[in-house]
Design a protein. Structure first.
Length: 300
């Protein structure tokens, strides 16, 4: 293939990017988006603060713009994210107990119903595990509603949109470590008890290297019976092109690694200001990391 999306498709995979609604009027941005990518994640527009700015009042305008643009270009969309401790609307941030639990359930039901049948997957729960060596849950207002909040979120999403793949998504889970093992144990438990979960996303915000057990980590999750995806890939540092290729090769070596998504198009689109972690420069030119990524996709 001669584009990221077409090359990934040759092995049945996709290649996606995060999209920001504010850039859909930028012809350079949209030109690259439509040429290179066949999967899209809304960078902010489907999050809780964006979709339910006041309780019970929903706004899908920007999420719908991203979805319609993607569908018009033959791409599918990953919903991101239904339940997360971050980017909650102000009205939810101070809530607790059954009021917050009920608000979360209603939010998931409403948003997943709005997009029912139109998304290939949802990040149902994002970043619920703690960093460091404990392997446990992150403290948050959602966690304090009870340890079952994650399975309630997944069951609620399944009921609202039975056709969407339901994913857990997190960062610093790229190698075998305490945090990824905590998530692994949760997924194994969900599978054993019939809690609906279809996929695990590995954000892969990397700095100049990738853990040596990256592929093994993807594989151990796949062996539990879930698909895995690279969901927010960006890589800073002088070894960038080699590390991108290594990440692609790891995904290609895992049958259930169904695709990769980079977290933005040009370096100037990245949340990592000044780190130049993406595949296109500020002018939209292909970088060495683009070429190494394309070659690794074509080698599969
Ligand atoms: O929209 C407002 C704008 O009106 C205001 O003028 C401006 C002033 O700061 O802020 C704008 O909102 C910003 C928003 O991005 C849209 O640009 C927020 O401040 C800013 O915090 C927000 O950052 C996003 C971040 O998530 C928030 O947690 C990034 O764009 C987005 O790339 C990032 O994405 C996350 C994933 O969802 C989850 N994994 C980590 C990843 C990187 O942090």
């Amino acid at each position: 293939g001669t584009t990221l999306g077409a090359s990934a498709a040759e092995t049945g995979r996709y290649f996606g990017t995060a999209v920001s609604v504010g850039k859909l009027g930028d012809s350079t941005y949209v030109g690259i988006l439509n040429r290179e990518f066949n999967r899209v994640t809304a960078e902010n527009e489907m999050k809780w603060d964006a979709t339910e700015p006041s309780q019970g009042s929903f706004n899908y305008a920007n999420g719908d713009r991203i979805l319609n643009q993607a569908v018009g270009n033959g791409s599918r969309v990953r919903g991101h994210a239904l339940a997360w401790h971050n980017q909650q609307p102000g009205w939810a941030q101070g809530m607790s107990g059954s009021a917050l639990r009920n608000a979360m359930v209603n939010h998931i039901t409403q948003v997943a119903t709005h997009y029912r049948g139109r998304l290939y997957a949802w990040d149902v729960v994002n970043e619920a595990f703690a960093d460091g060596n404990g392997g446990g849950r992150r403290d948050s207002n959602l966690q304090r509603t009870g340890n079952d909040w994650i399975e309630v979120a997944f069951r609620t999403a399944r009921a609202a949109d039975p056709g969407a793949k339901l994913c857990y998504n997190d960062y610093n889970t790229d190698g075998v470590n305490a945090k990824s093992t905590g998530i692994y144990n949760m997924v194994a438990d969900f599978k054993a008890r019939g809690v609906p979960i279809d996929c695990v996303g590995f954000q892969s915000h990397l700095t100049n290297s990738v853990p040596g057990d990256y592929q093994a980590n993807l594989q151990r999750f796949a062996n539990l019976g879930v698909d895995v995806q690279i969901t927010e890939l960006d890589i800073s540092g002088s070894n960038q092109a080699n590390v991108y290729a290594s990440v692609v090769r790891s995904c290609m070596a895992v049958a259930r690694c169904t695709g990769l998504t980079v977290w933005g198009i040009r370096d100037s689109d990245s949340w990592r200001t000044g780190q130049n972690p993406l595949l296109f420069d500020n002018n939209g030119n292909k970088k060495a990391a683009y070429t190494s990524t394309l070659n690794a996709l074509n080698a599969g």
